[in-house]
Design a protein around this ligand. Structure first.
Ligand code: AMP
Length: 192
């Protein structure tokens, strides 16, 4: 377990509790000797978690499309910055170079990234742990929607094992280790 991919908000205008959670997760990743993989931005929770890992002596890989660098959205102090041509290439690289994916609160960008890895895991292309950090219950309605999808047979019951919800950043690493094993044989359950 070395590379932890974190999806999170680019917004700067959110409750300080979300920033505290991002800062804490950054400290934990660095203190465990793990490396953060994220979208390479300097703003919002993205900038906060990167700064927190670096301040605690950890390493950070940012993966960002060229067009965002041209907008000056990229973080300039990272251990490594990988530039991609497209958003799709960025998301693919972030997920496949990582040993786990974690979603902190965020907007459509974060939710899209989270739902994409959930979909890939359902198809058996991505098989790593996926952890949702439900700070202030931010993801309650998304989680309810996922359970509704299962209850209404849009997904199978086994698909609830794809993700794990935790309340606090302090619970993320244990949740990664406790995550149900998954491999590409689950593909046979993809169709319902
Ligand atoms: P959101 O959760 O909507 O804030 O989206 C976070 C994701 O949006 C990131 O992974 C990026 O794809 C993208 N994004 C939006 N604004 C920025 C920004 N200012 N800097 C870097 N990434 C951004």
């Amino acid at each position: 377990m070395q590379y932890i991919c974190v999806y999170c908000a680019s917004s700067t205008k959110i409750n300080s509790v979300y920033f505290d959670a991002a800062r804490k997760l950054g400290e934990i990743i660095a203190n465990k000797g793990m490396q953060l993989v994220y979208g390479g931005g300097s703003m919002g929770l993205m900038g906060t978690i990167a700064d927190s890992v670096l301040a605690a002596g950890g390493k950070v890989t940012g993966v960002i499309p060229h067009f965002m660098c041209e907008q000056e959205w990229g973080h300039h102090g990272l251990t490594e910055l990988i530039k991609t041509d497209t958003m799709h290439e960025r998301k693919e690289k972030m997920a496949f170079m990582s040993d786990a994916a974690v979603a902190l609160p965020g907007g459509c960008g974060t939710m899209e990234e989270l739902l994409e890895v959930i979909t890939w895991k359902q198809l058996g292309i991505f098989t790593k742990p996926i952890i949702i950090v439900n700070t202030l219950g931010y993801y309650d309605s998304l989680i309810e929607m996922l359970h509704r999808a299962v209850e209404e047979n849009f997904m199978r019951d086994i698909h609830r094992n794809i993700w794990t919800v935790v309340a606090r950043p302090e619970d993320v690493i244990q949740a990664i280790y406790d995550s149900p094993k998954w491999d590409k044989s689950v593909r046979k359950f993809a169709a319902i």
